[in-house]
Design a protein around this ligand. Structure first.
Ligand SMILES: Nc1ncnc2c1ncn2[C@@H]1O[C@H](COP(=O)(O)OP(=O)(O)OP(=O)(O)O)[C@@H](O)[C@H]1O
Ligand SMILES: [Mg+2]
Length: 296
């Protein structure tokens, strides 16, 4: 058994050395309902359109809803892969413009409980997926929970979404503080969503940047802003992402500009030797003092 697991690990290692792994970007926020999922889907589609092989992982462990916004009902999620019932290829949803969606569901946290052999097999498939894509977007749930932090810290880059609401800005700062406290090298970019205009976006960004600079000595990158627009909820009802259904809307254009900027921007440097899923596993397995001290 141990030998087989060992061999699998060697294969994983060998495959990895021949490819460039995907940029893994976690989309997160302090406050819930600020537009992460809508942003992640539409951003993913724009990135796909721009020629980036993009995978969107729905890592919202509570209410997975990427599929709802796309009007598809996934039968299986990552949990089934981890239990060995399904292969990764069986659970992938092919979305618009070539984007691939992985319904994470509650399966993600099962990763830590797998036996050695199953784990090695699963990691091999997950790594294959990571290695065959350019960008992997991870849509997380909100808040400074342990799970959100695990995904953010396992990713190579983080995008924080906030709205102009003071509570959203305060909570965004809260999560930035915790992420930066655990890994100062993780590039953190900010998107202001549901703003009235560019001026309001600047004010939001400045408030967040000022406190981050002052109290954390951290320079946040301003990735862009998205106006508040009724077309977003219209697209949700239509179950068709707005960059597809309403490509000329201001929101679609904003997200497209963000996608272009993201491709041109700095690539996260923390990817290192381990894949996203291996780092995630490592973090899930940590029951040491450091993890115990993370806020609930
Ligand atoms: N730019 C926007 N303009 C208007 N409404 C928006 C905009 N972005 C998001 N919304 C609305 O905000 C609501 C929440 O969006 P979404 O589900 O994407 O947020 P979320 O951050 O993923 O939420 P959760 O924390 O529950 O996962 C939706 O009803 C959506 O229509
Ligand atoms: Mg969401």
């Amino acid at each position: 058994m141990a030998d087989q697991a060992e061999r699998l690990r060697a294969i994983i290692k060998e495959n990895r050395s021949q490819v460039t792994p995907a940029r893994v970007i976690a989309v997160t926020s302090g406050k819930g309902g600020v537009g992460k999922t809508n942003f992640a889907i539409n951003l993913g589609i724009c990135l796909s359109k721009l020629g980036q092989k993009t995978v969107l992982v729905d890592a919202d462990l509570g209410l997975a809803n990427v599929d709802v916004l796309l009007g598809v009902i996934p039968k299986y999620n990552l949990g089934h892969v981890l239990l060995g019932d399904k292969k990764i290829a069986d659970i992938i949803i092919n979305g618009p413009e070539g984007i691939k969606i992985i319904p994470g569901g509650s399966g993600m946290d099962k990763l830590a409980n797998l036996g050695e052999k199953k784990l090695a097999q699963c990691l091999e498939h997950l790594n294959e997926l990571e290695n065959s894509s350019d960008i992997m977007l991870v849509d997380t749930s909100a808040g400074i929970s342990k799970n959100v932090l695990k995904f953010a810290l396992a990713a190579g880059e983080v995008i924080i979404i906030t709205t102009p609401e003071p509570t959203a800005i305060t909570d965004a700062y809260g999560i930035i503080k915790v992420i930066a406290g655990s890994n100062r090298d993780l590039p953190i970019r900010v998107v202001a969503n549901m703003v009235k205009n560019e001026k309001e976006a600047e004010e939001v960004m400045e408030r967040l940047s000022a406190v981050s600079r002052r109290f954390l000595g951290l320079n946040l990158e301003r990735l862009g802003f998205i106006p508040a627009d009724a077309v977003v909820s219209k697209a949700v009802k239509e179950q068709l992402p707005f960059v597809i259904g309403h490509p000329r809307s201001a929101v679609a254009q904003s997200v497209n500009e963000i996608a272009v900027r993201l491709i041109g921007g700095d690539v996260g440097r923390t990817t290192g030797a381990l894949s996203f899923f291996e780092r995630l596993l490592g973090i899930f397995k940590q029951v040491d003092q450091a993890n115990e001290n993370l806020p609930n």
